[in-house]
Design a protein around this ligand. Structure first.
Ligand code: SAH
Length: 352
């Protein structure tokens, strides 16, 4: 899916080697590629004009040959509770993406979107309400991290691909993004500090295991039987829990990385003692960590969280069965917390 100027190459999505070949093709010395690459991915330049050591001539040549992804921020919301910031960015084609910045003791974490909208249709999620608009390019995922680094003036140490979109439904672009983000000539974010979350596209989880990346894979479970998952997540009709557990085991076997299971607690839906027992059964078979997330209510969907106490009880049931489990701290509750809500509201306002 093309997005920027289709006739021009998207330079910020190119790996250093590709850029070197491209420089050679236009009669430039290969070391120019490294200079430009560092301006883009290390110094986070906003346009070719800032690349002072490549000369006006090459700057102009670049403008003619390449498109340059750089975001304008459309809206920022800051949580009064915990300092979490939500950014809404405008893309070159008029679409919008949202990203979240969270400050933790261990460093600054950015949650990025991988698609404009989503086509997975999970019943509790705001990101999928308007369907999928298009995939994001590697440069558009990178730029969420880069723009936030420029805007906050602080280094980002952790990246989670848990914003709008299903990353494994945009597989090629996401893998390229991960390589660029962790590249030693760029921001060089540690692979171990990156988490990719999926609703469970089993074949793509297996493919990811083969990429030689040391990232964490998180599986959105939300139900511990096929029947329950199918009610909440249409994708569960395509891939069974048995297939998913096999894919998880394979991921661990190939990467040695412990998996994360995400489980959003929805009152009266998936938070009973029986649910906990079945979830424990799944989790115990694997090297994994369970993350319980009280569901973030989305007006359009009707699911609601139970009490804090109920969440703790659910956690205890899992712990008693020897499962590693935490209840996720909710960040930015006061600022359209749940994924996709900011963009969804913004678009609704635009339409009305
Ligand atoms: N598509 C990917 C990543 C994006 S969603 C995935 O499904 O994993 C990131 C996480 O937020 C997923 O676990 C998703 O199920 C969860 N989520 C979506 N809507 C939510 C809500 N309203 N409250 C709590 N978690 C939600």
């Amino acid at each position: 899916m093309g997005t920027l100027d289709d006739k021009k190459k998207d330079i910020k999505s190119m790996e250093l080697k590709e850029l070197e070949e491209d420089m050679a093709a236009i009669g430039e010395k290969t070391f120019r590629a490294k200079q430009i690459y560092e301006w883009m991915h290390e110094k986070l330049a906003e346009d070719f004009g800032q690349m002072t050591n490549i000369g006006k001539g090459l700057q102009e040549k670049c403008r003619e040959r390449y498109s340059y992804t750089s975001f304008q921020v459309a809206q920022v919301q800051e949580s009064a509770l915990d300092g979490t910031k939500k950014f809404l960015f405008g893309l070159a084609d008029g679409n919008m993406v949202e990203s979240v910045w969270m400050k933790y003791k261990h460093g600054n974490s950015v949650c990025i979107s991988s698609q404009v909208g989503c086509r997975m249709g999970c019943k509790f999620c705001a990101s999928t309400l308007d369907g999928l608009e298009r995939n994001l390019l590697p440069s558009e995922m990178l730029e969420q991290v880069y723009a936030i680094t420029r805007l906050t003036g602080e280094r980002v140490s952790h990246v989670v691909v848990m914003g709008t979109g299903e990353p494994l439904d945009n597989y090629g672009n996401v893998v390229k993004f991960l390589r660029l983000l962790t590249d030693g000539n760029g921001l060089h974010i540690s692979q171990r500090n990156i988490t990719v979350s999926t609703c469970g596209l089993a074949p793509k989880m297996r493919a990811l295991a083969e990429e030689g990346l040391q990232i964490t894979l998180a599986l959105s479970l939300h139900g511990a039987t096929d029947e329950k998952r199918q009610k909440l997540m249409p994708v569960a009709k395509q891939y069974s829990l048995a297939e998913l557990m096999d894919a998880c085991a394979y991921y661990f076997e190939r990467t040695g990385r412990r998996l994360t299971f995400e489980y959003s607690l929805m009152a009266g839906v998936n938070d009973g003692a029986g649910d906990a027992a079945r979830l424990a059964g799944l989790a115990r078979g694997l090297n994994c960590h369970v993350n319980l997330i009280p569901i973030n209510p989305v007006k359009e969907t009707g699911f609601r969280p139970g009490t804090r106490k109920e969440a703790m009880q659910f956690q205890e049931l899992l712990e008693k069965k020897g499962v590693h489990v935490t209840v996720r701290r909710e960040m930015g509750r006061d600022i359209d917390g749940a994924c996709g809500q900011l963009r969804h509201r913004h678009m609704k306002r635009g339409r009305s």
